[in-house]
Design a protein around this ligand. Structure first.
Ligand SMILES: Nc1nc2c(ncn2[C@@H]2O[C@H](COP(=O)(O)OP(=O)(O)OP(=O)(O)O)[C@@H](O)[C@H]2O)c(=O)[nH]1
Length: 727
């Protein structure tokens, strides 16, 4: 079903691309002068840095497009299905109708500056979501109201939890068949374990969805079409009277009372107010008092406001924009410990890199303190280098405008930073970094070593998960290998989840990625953006190896090279590591070894251990979740470090073989929505694929099977086609 929908989109897009693409030679809609004049004059309290996150296809891009339209940034509404939205500007995004890379847009809404990032929903691009969330102050979680919380919603929700990001929920697709406000709210409660605050109630559902009622103000909002134009710009907002609709009136009354009680439970200041002045009649409680309390509980992440609408049918997006400004935090409302070490000096985090053919690398930075100006030097703490920022731009999807400076709290695009990569901390100068490190050291009691002072200045980057797929990639001729290497270098800087390595046996370049689609997109980009036609080998699963038991091994290396005798004897113990997953071995030394071991030999030993874990003894996959103890080491004085590493590595391989080495296979968590009639067929199919069924839920008339299935059996069918495409 899903596949056909996408396929239809691709066909339509291909037809339309040639005749009806939006002209982007200038910023769509609004004039440049407007942004120049307002460039950075917004007070911090009027800035919102927010992201839009959700499961694939929930409607993030469609919602973003409506926001841009109502804010006046664009004059015509783009459509994902027509491939002409502002934020999905990559050719692959337009062709496939999905978001692949996050896109930042800046626009203004009622005297607020909103820096908004539309993120991808596909599981292969989760890292893209994570690195954006790292620099955002708030997020809008979009849901398909007919599906509620879906698999990837859980992942992005957890990412937002990790970065402690206040959120609001938008139940989109209220117009869709099967849309259910109650079902979606219940699934938020159950699956996300959060407290939803219902700030709106829908008027009608599915094809009867007409508008909504604002529970806080008790106003009815109904959208009108004017002279055939149904763009949602015109809507009627007036107090809901009992005479209009007695049952809706009662429903709203009850919902408001519940909301007041919920908020009072979470906010002492509001509880005092409610229990004092308004205890007799909640109706008299002013909307602004309720709003302020909702803001406080949202910022404290004690509850999540819930709104609803239909982005496609142009309903509910303006109130969502109001809610973003009313309930999500301004940059100065987020607390960042490191800010006090910088005073007003520049401190920024590079969170995304793009490569532009003419301008070179474009680096997105979030400014936490101080300000940036073009033509200035900045210092990259991670790389210990000074770079020159030649130009400063405000991002508007694939368009940018040049600005003379930008203050803390904003997101900017810089030109000229050639070394900086995703996750790097940028400050004004080395002296400023040293001064901040001293302050950080003083705060830590002056006992901290210098290295850890510098470490504390580094703004935590983004955790990159290990790739699960790999394949070989080859240029059409050896002459093109250098060009391919350059292209892969650029793509890796843009996308930290893409890993490139050399096969030590064949010398081939290996591409490692997060999924089939990820690798397919990289292949396509190399062809389109770098003009290199490459050949991919068969897609393979990145297995891992681990051990089940503890084991010991001893090995001796005795070699004479020239007039030098190299002699090492190593004794090691390996054990499985329980608890948190570790991809590199945890190394310990027996007491008698650590006392006598010269520091410089430690590096050689650890090198040997790490090298042996790169290619496990069973099938040559990396070894993980192990602990190693160096029990004893005897070294002849003339022995080189390389020989020590080689001996330790050989000894490790012996120990691993004795410790019941096993293959670990990646599992995919699946949610399969089927009608009751097809349930048994789906379960039989899962069993055939070695899947383990965790739960079978009911979703309105459908059943949802939650299962974990080995990746190998889900990706490749016997005829070599992908099951994901076949569904
Ligand atoms: N019925 C209905 N369809 C919608 C609505 N909003 C979006 N859609 C459709 O849902 C599909 C996906 O919309 P997108 O806006 O691309 O969703 P997305 O979350 O950005 O998708 P990814 O970025 O690829 O994860 C498109 O076919 C839209 O036309 C809505 O309010 N109602």
């Amino acid at each position: 079903m899903h596949f056909w929908k996408k396929k239809m989109r691709v066909i339509r897009n291909l037809i339309q691309q040639s005749c009806s693409q939006r002209n982007y030679s200038s910023l769509p809609g609004t004039s440049f002068k407007f942004y120049h004049s307002k460039g950075n004059v917004f007070a911090l309290c009027r800035i919102r840095n927010i992201g839009i996150m959700a499961h694939i296809d929930a409607g993030k891009t469609t919602t973003t497009e409506r926001m841009l339209y109502y804010s006046g940034y664009i004059r015509t509404l783009g459509d994902v299905d027509d491939g002409d939205t502002v934020t999905d500007f990559m050719v692959q995004e337009r062709e496939r109708g999905i978001t692949i890379q996050s896109a930042a847009v800046t626009f203004d809404w009622k005297d607020y500056r909103i820096n908004l990032v539309d993120t991808p929903g596909h599981v292969d691009f989760t890292v893209e979501v994570e690195r954006c969330l790292r620099v955002l102050d708030g997020a809008v979680a979009v849901f398909d109201a007919s599906a509620g919380v879906e698999a990837q919603t859980l992942t992005v929700w957890r990412q937002a939890d990790k970065h402690q990001i206040p959120r609001i929920c938008f139940l989109n697709k209220m117009d869709k068949n099967g849309a259910s406000f109650t079902y979606a709210v219940e699934s938020i409660k159950q699956k996300l374990k959060t407290k939803p605050l219902l700030l709106q109630l829908p008027i009608g559902e599915a094809k009867n969805f007409r508008g909504l009622v604002d529970v806080v103000t008790k106003e009815r909002i109904v959208w009108k079409s004017t002279s055939g134009l149904d763009d949602g710009k015109i809507f009627e907002q007036k107090p809901l009277l009992e005479a209009d609709d007695p049952s809706l009136f009662q429903e709203v009354q009850d919902a408001r009372n519940t909301l007041i009680e919920q908020v009072a439970d979470l906010d002492d200041e509001f509880a005092e107010l409610v229990l004092g002045e308004y205890s007799e009649n909640f109706d008299l409680l002013p909307a602004d008092k309720l709003q302020s309390a909702i803001r406080r509980v949202t910022l404290a992440q004690k509850a999540v406001p819930v709104l609803c609408g239909s982005a496609l049918k142009n309903k509910g997006v303006q109130p969502l924009l109001d809610a973003i400004t009313a309930y999500l935090p301004a940059p100065n409302e987020r607390s960042y410990e490191f800010l006090k070490w910088y005073n007003d000096d520049l401190c920024a985090l590079a969170f995304k890199v793009l490569h532009d053919k003419c301008r070179g690398p474009l680096v997105f930075i979030r400014i936490y303190s101080g300000s940036v100006k073009p033509q200035s030097a900045v210092y990259n703490i991670n790389r210990s280098c000074t770079e020159r920022m030649s130009r400063l731009l405000l991002p508007f999807a694939d368009q940018q405008i040049e600005i003379p400076s930008l203050m803390a709290g904003n997101i900017a695009l810089t030109v000229g930073l050639k070394q900086s990569a995703t996750g790097d901390t940028i400050v004004s100068s080395k002296a400023s970094a040293v001064a901040a490190a001293c302050r950080a050291g003083r705060d830590a009691g002056g006992e901290r070593r210098r290295t850890s002072e510098v470490e504390s200045l580094l703004l935590a980057g983004v955790e990159i998960p290990e790739p699960v797929f790999f394949c070989t990639i080859e240029p059409p001729s050896m002459a093109k290998q250098q060009d391919l290497d350059n292209a892969l270098n650029c793509l890796q800087r843009e996308d930290p989840s893409l890993k490139v390595k050399l096969d030590p046996d064949t010398g081939q370049t290996i591409l490692c990625g997060m999924g089939e689609l990820h690798i397919e997109i990289i292949h396509d980009r190399i062809k389109r953006e770098y003009g290199i036609e490459t050949y991919l080998g068969p897609l393979q699963i990145a297995y891992r190896e681990t051990i089940l038991n503890a084991a010991q091994a001893t090995d001796t290396l005795d070699k004479t090279v020239g007039d030098k005798r190299h002699f090492v004897t190593a004794e090691l113990e390996v054990r499985p590591r329980s608890g948190e997953r570790v991809t590199t071995p945890v190394i310990e030394y027996a007491e008698n070894v650590i006392e006598l071991l010269p520091k410089e030999l430690q590096g050689a030993i650890e090198n040997g251990i790490a090298n042996s874990c790169i290619q496990g003894p069973l099938l040559g996959f990396p070894v993980q979740d192990i602990e190693v103890t160096v029990q004893s080491l005897t070294v002849h004085p003339d022995t080189s470090h390389t020989m020590i590493s080689a001996c330790v590595s050989r000894c490790m391989q012996k120990a691993l073989k004795k410790a019941s080495i096993q293959i670990l296979e990646p599992l995919m968590n699946l949610e399969i929505t089927v009608s009751e009639d097809h349930l048994s067929a789906a379960l039989a199919d899962l069993a055939q694929r070695r899947g383990s069924i965790q739960e079978i839920q009911s979703r309105q008339d459908n059943r949802v099977v939650v299962a974990a299935v080995p990746l190998k059996s889900i990706i490749l069918l016997s005829d070599g086609t992908s099951i994901l495409k076949a569904i």
